[in-house]
Design a protein around this ligand. Sequence first.
Ligand SMILES: NC(=O)c1ccc[n+]([C@@H]2O[C@H](COP(=O)([O-])OP(=O)(O)OC[C@H]3O[C@@H](n4cnc5c(N)ncnc54)[C@H](OP(=O)(O)O)[C@@H]3O)[C@@H](O)[C@H]2O)c1
Length: 214
Amino acid sequence: MLPRIIMHNAVSLDGRITGFTPDLGLYYGLASRWNADAMLSGSNTILAASKGMPDEPEEPYESVPDDPRPLLVVPDSRGRVSNWHMWQKAGYWRDVIVLCSKATEKSYLEYLERRGIDAIIAGDEHVDIRAALEELNVRYGVRTVRLDTGGTLNGVLLRAGLIDEVSVLVHPEMVGSTAYGSLYETPAGTIRLRLDHCEQLPGDVVWLRYTVVR
Ligand SMILES: NC(=O)c1ccc[n+]([C@@H]2O[C@H](COP(=O)([O-])OP(=O)(O)OC[C@H]3O[C@@H](n4cnc5c(N)ncnc54)[C@H](OP(=O)(O)O)[C@@H]3O)[C@@H](O)[C@H]2O)c1
């Protein structure tokens, strides 16, 4: 079974996801309402947030049985992230699952195994996200996923018809430069949406929720 997927982003009025100051309190406060079993983030998002983090500690992470926190799930077929214990110990997730493909270096898979980090291998060059999501449901009982990522992974999931809901917090700022990423980075491909909710929040932020029309 495929999990239900909610894409949740903070954006500027011109659809940029960086280059402005998001209200993180609002963003994460609303994010918790979906009670997602997993948060899916791209490797670029993880690398961007890893800047300034200390090196990985030696002690392994101990998971706790019946931990109600969500999983952190990250496609990293190129094996670029190497501080997973920092993410395991961040306190927000019960554990980390790394999505790899047949192209992932054996040495990286060995590193994950040594560190006791579960991997799902799906796809040839890139991660086959649909297959990986099905496997997440079978192995870990994941039924709801919150997508917290940049335009690249948003684009992959939107194009594959995997997203059920799009939630955006539109901030009263215009960023301008295309040097900043947008909500949906993709070759041309229009996604039709149906507006379900529109609410003005503190700080002139507007919360929009849409159903993806299939
Ligand atoms: N404002 C917001 O709400 C918000 C939220 C989250 C992040 N961000 C920002 O977004 C930026 C990063 O966004 P980004 O667009 O550069 O990258 P991203 O979405 O974080 O990462 C790209 C992901 O897409 C995967 N991918 C690429 N092509 C694929 C394909 N054909 N099939 C399957 N997977 C594929 C990559 O996997 P591989 O590694 O396996 O190639 C990688 O995991 C950061 O600056 C971050 O701060 C903003």
